[in-house]
Ligand binder design. Structure first.
Ligand code: TXA
Ligand code: MG
Length: 340
């Protein structure tokens, strides 16, 4: 049912917390992307998240806590190796999968006996969780399948009239969702790359990457979220990699334009000169991938606002933050990659 969605500033957190205590849904900023929060321990409230997003019921949610103490109330006691990860990376963009406690509803965990937990590194998120007095289940605050929201306006575009309130905290910092690490198997397994990189994790513990990160899902997947098409704008996204990237993009774009198609290129700042005459969206410096991560989802939404039919994207090596960006690009493109 359509309702009026309240737009709240940082000074109105008490109102936001009140909605959450009543079992309603509130979108709030984190350091990664905006989350759509609800009381993680209330089945009914959590059902509301799935309904508002149009999210498949078997895709589990991340439980956001304000302290390690609160985390210990939702998951079972953990080994020293996990404690080290918490000490080094929390608060921050690292989500840990651990066996859940019995009172955490299966609705929250998509039917799994494990739960995903993290402490976000954002003052508004932490204050809101504390004020609500309950851990908050929060997926990214987009309609299912759409790019995750990095600004309050993106949340409004997707969920206005479907949730109680949006807390506006400006643009988020990282721009990509948290790293998801399964700590229920040895060695730990990277299920989704994010702001905390594989290289950083490997300095602290033994980690392997789940094969699902870079290929099209088939059969049983460990992280149910990996099997759905994700982060995708309406326009067709084609990722191009290799030494011949610019030449290939120029050639394909010229062909498209000859048949009256509206096309754009998502390119690193240093390469803009290679695409003269084409609509260029700026991916930031190739030497500072944080810039590209922070603006990627906004630019995918911009491509739709510009009415582009195809967006060609310059790929990058999948190491460090490039691993998370390429992972999202592969999903946004439906695994359409051209190797040159
Ligand atoms: O940065 C983030 O992680 C953001 C902010 C709001 O915190 N949240 C986010 O949530 O991206 P969501 O729901 O869009 O992605 C959660 C991912 C999904 O891929 C889901 O399948 C996986 O985490 N996940 C959650 N619980 C899991 C579990 N018990 N086992 C395996 N994967 C799990
Ligand atoms: Mg999401």
């Amino acid at each position: 049912m359509e309702r009026i969605t309240r737009w709240l500033g940082r000074e109105q957190l008490a109102e936001a917390a009140e909605y959450l205590r009543r079992g309603e849904l509130v979108a709030f900023p984190t350091e990664t992307v905006y989350g759509l929060g609800a009381d993680a321990l209330s089945e009914e409230a959590v059902r509301g998240i799935f309904a508002a997003k149009g999210r498949p019921a078997d895709n589990p949610l991340i439980i956001h806590c304000h302290s390690v103490e609160q985390v210990s109330q939702v998951v079972q006691p953990w080994p020293d190796s996990v404690q080290t990860l918490m000490d080094v990376f929390w608060p921050g963009p690292l989500t840990l999968i651990l066996p859940k406690r019995p009172h955490v509803p299966l609705v929250t965990t998509g039917g799994l006996k494990t739960a995903a937990v993290r402490i976000p590194d954002h003052p508004l998120a932490l204050a809101l969780i504390r004020a609500a007095g309950v851990p908050l289940a929060a997926p990214s605050a987009n309609r299912s399948g759409r790019p995750s929201p990095t600004r309050a306006e993106h949340v409004r575009a997707d969920l206005d009239g479907r949730i109680a309130a949006i807390v506006d905290g400006g643009a988020t910092g990282w721009g990509l969702e948290s790293t998801v690490l399964d700590c229920t198997t040895e060695p730990f397994r990277l299920l989704r790359p994010g702001g905390i990189t594989m290289e950083q994790l490997q300095k602290v513990c033994e980690v392997i990457t789940d094969p699902g990160i870079f290929k099209e899902p088939e059969g049983v997947v460990r992280s149910p979220g990996m099997k759905y098409k994700h982060y995708a704008p309406e326009c067709r996204v084609i990722v191009v990699v290799g030494d011949g990237t610019s030449a290939a993009i120029r050639e394909m774009a010229a062909r498209d334009r000859a048949s009256q198609k509206l096309v754009g290129v998502l390119a690193f700042t240093e390469h803009h000169g290679r695409y003269e005459g084409l609509t260029i969206l700026d991916l930031g410096s190739k030497y500072v991938l944080q810039e590209g991560a922070a603006r990627l989802y906004h630019l995918l939404r911009e491509a739709d606002i510009l009415g582009l039919q195809t967006l060609y994207v310059e790929g990058m090596p999948d190491k460090e933050l490039g691993m998370a960006i390429m992972n999202r690009l592969l999903r946004a493109s439906g695994f359409q990659v051209i190797a040159t």
